[in-house]
Ligand binder design. Structure first.
Ligand code: NAD
Ligand code: LMR
Length: 332
């Protein structure tokens, strides 16, 4: 029997965590037979709500959930954790861009970087979900110098899942028949959802996504903006930001990082940029990656068209601006 894995979820009393905790506790992320001890962090005023979440986790009667540690103390929450879902942060409301949250949220990720540095395992894998996710992940990594910087990632898997779903619906195939759609750059409306390297299996035959879709105007004028603005569309409809789909994406991201990507498949993750594909260095940029033995690697050698180049530059520039703003907020 494997040793229990300690996993922290921050914002544990919030709406994403409400779906995510069940997925993690029932084995969707680390494997169905991996015992888990969940550390649940939220702020002091939410401790009553968190008590209810703890009761519900017990009432789920999950065989591999071996312990639950609810707390408002980062020292307890981050102690000896091997995986960290950093969800706790303010969500945007209608009419806001995600970067409008920088002022409110970035300081949380400085404090949590420091706590990870002090208390977590040195090989902890960190997924930042709280927005603006890419820049929060960058700041978090900067305040955890004893943990390798490649262990800090930001979530663009929700955008990838949205993109895959749009293409599957357009072609009329089940979702698993669409692979290798890429999200480049920032988890913001400047992101570039790219179907050029994606494949779709139709009636047993694997085609490139543009061949399967057979409508390049749809790809440029419907697919790209729909994915870029999907978060805002959900907020407009629900009056709250996406939660069930965000939790599923967080679970997909961490599972693929821990357990590896399937042969021939890649996924999108916000990772520390090494300048691949002309992206700016030292920002957390979403790239296509493969994962193996708990490590990600950027997929190299993909052709970038002139129009894709322009899109990559726009989203890279936004990340450089966010980095500047985040540093100013922290140093103020
Ligand atoms: N990257 C993505 O794809 C993606 C998708 C959806 C939502 N998000 C973001 O995730 C974040 C959480 O969304 P939600 O809908 O769960 O929000 P929510 O308001 O329902 O829950 C957030 C929780 O975080 C807690 N919190 C606040 N500060 C904290 C701190 N310092 N430490 C621990 N907990 C803290 C709050 O008390 C609350 O319980 C938001 O920033 C949202 O924009 C990102
Ligand atoms: O759009 C938001 O603010 C929430 C989240 O980042 C999303 O993409 O749904």
């Amino acid at each position: 029997m494997a040793e229990p894995l300690r996993v922290v979820v921050t914002g544990a009393a919030g709406q994403i965590a409400y779906s995510l905790l069940y997925m993690v506790a029932k084995g969707d992320v680390f494997g169905p037979e991996q015992p888990i001890i969940l550390h649940l962090l939220d702020i002091p005023v939410m401790m009553g709500v968190l008590e209810g979440v703890v009761m519900e986790l017990a009432d789920c009667a999950l065989p591999f959930l071996r312990g639950v540690v609810p707390t408002d103390d980062p020292a307890v929450a981050f102690k000896d954790v091997s995986a960290a879902f950093l969800v706790g942060a303010m969500p945007r409301r209608e009419g806001m861009e995600r970067k409008d949250l920088l002022g409110a949220n970035v300081k949380i990720f400085k404090v949590q970087g420091e706590a990870l540095d002090k208390y977590a395992k040195k090989d902890v894998k960190v997924l930042v979900v709280g927005n603006p996710a890419n820049t929060n992940a960058l700041i978090c990594s900067r305040y955890a110098p004893s943990i390798p910087r490649e262990n800090f990632t930001a979530m663009t898997r929700l955008d990838q899942n949205r993109a895959q779903a749009q293409i599957a619906a357009k072609v009329g195939v089940p979702i698993q028949q669409v692979s290798n759609v890429i999200i480049w750059g920032n988890h913001s409306s400047t992101q570039f959802p790219d179907a050029a390297h994606a494949s779709v299996t139709v009636n047993g035959q694997t085609l490139s996504a543009p061949e399967a879709v057979k409508d390049s105007a749809w790809l440029d004028t419907v697919f790209v903006p729909t994915v870029q603005k999907r978060g805002a569309a959900v907020i407009a409809a629900r009056k709250m930001s996406s939660a069930m789909s965000a939790a599923k994406a967080a679970s997909d991201h961490m599972r693929d990082w821990f357990l590896g990507t399937a042969p021939g498949r890649f996924v999108s993750m916000g990772v520390l940029s090494d300048g691949s594909y002309g992206a700016p260095k030292d920002v957390v940029f979403s790239f296509p990656v493969t994962t193996k033995n708990g490590k990600w690697e950027i997929v190299q050698g993909l052709t970038i068209s002139d129009s894709a180049r322009k899109s990559l530059d726009v989203t890279g520039k936004e990340l450089e601006e966010e980095r500047k703003e985040a540093i100013a907020v922290i140093e103020a």
